[in-house]
Design a protein around this ligand. Sequence first.
Ligand code: GDP
Ligand code: IMO
Ligand code: MG
Length: 431
Amino acid sequence: MSNVIIIGSQWGDEGKGKIVDLLSQQANMIVRFQGGNNAGHTVMFGDKTFILHLIPSGILHENTKSVIGNGMVVDPGELLKEIAGLMEMGIDCRGRLFISDAANLIMPYHRLLDGAREARLKANKIGTTGKGIGPAYEDKVGRCGIRFADIENNSVFKEKIDLFVSDKNMILKHVLNYTGPYLDSDQVFEELNQFYSKLSPYICDTTELVAREIEQGNHVLFEGAQGTFLDIDHGTYPFVTSSNTVAGGACNGGGVGPTQIDRIAGVVKAYTTRVGEGPFPTELFDDIGRFLGKEGNEFGATTGRPRRCGWFDAALLKKAIRVNGITDLAITKLDVLDKLETLKICVAYEDSQGKRYDTLPSKQSIQKDLTPIYEELPGWNAVSSRITVYDDLPENAKKYIARIEELLGVSACIISTGPKREETIIRSELF
Ligand code: GDP
Ligand code: IMO
Ligand code: MG
């Protein structure tokens, strides 16, 4: 048996959905442990494309169980839509999807607060997905969140909702200059109970299920969302999301002890992208940046926003290896680089005073002004797209991968050469 955590090693959208789907062929249970429907995980096979936001990407494999862990924030209306959408595409979640009773809910006021705050921040905005993620996590930590386990159709719970709705309406009006429409507490209460009654067959203490699966010697896969540099502690704060996206988050957000984890796979794009605001030292504003965006079809799977693109950043990745304890790499989108004459890898940074940094420093004002120090490698100007055997890759593509492995001190067990399940090179098994 082995239990594996899959996390994003950059700023999200590394191709976690594809890798999780691929590994789910061997896994018995897949657990999402943080984030919410800010995530957009794409899975493609045959002529079908699925974008999962809340439900683990493993759901597409009939024999797996999927868990929405306690560390997630769940918008119940969006979850019901996702369940219905999967049903329309022939995927039945009944009896296979389990929602933690300890997961906190994203309430309608969280979405309003997210939008109103971003509008007020103007030039200093984070560029959130607008799904209410930050406000929901704030209420969780502030002990005024609502967990699935706490929903009741009675007057005591109604009083709580009345209080929360009136507090948030006040903040929206008097602090954030939001001009309405405002929320009606009766409506919020009623809708919440409707959602709850539809979702209740799926709700349970998922930590017991995960523990049982591990006891039975089955394979459990923990599916991260977002990426290491969007982590609330280790990311490019404040331009981050509001959860722990790093591997450690799988333990508290999935309800397992660190001793149960065998391997940690970091998914990493063969170049770098970011969506939303914040520092991005290797960002390209030239034709190559536009080429990567076009060739890689770099548009957000959740918001449709164009992703910012740049060269591979090994200095950034060194920190990701450290804070996650990554044991294996899964390198994706190698095929996107096929037509480039020359490639660059950032190995360190220099600030405006000429001071060198081997990895990303924490200070915002320094992060903003770093100049990358690049190493140049020849491109391969040949097709790597859809190759499934490592030895068949163009020589320079192999050299590019080898240099990344050497710089990071970790081997790539998976190399992805196209969006589809079968467009993959497996060099060693994770399970
Ligand atoms: P996630 O959030 O990490 O799951 O990644 P997204 O689904 O948001 O974005 C990754 C995008 O790249 C999706 O459109 C995938 O279909 C696509 N993709 C994944 N792996 C590859 C690959 O190796 N090559 C190409 N060309 N596309 C890929
Ligand atoms: P997946 O799982 C890329 C970014 C947003 C914004 C910041 C905060 O598909 O990789 P939030 O709505 O979470 O408060 O936004 O985080 N962001 C993502 N970027 N991929 C994601 O998820 C993201 N989820 C959030 O763009 O910069
Ligand atoms: Mg995504």
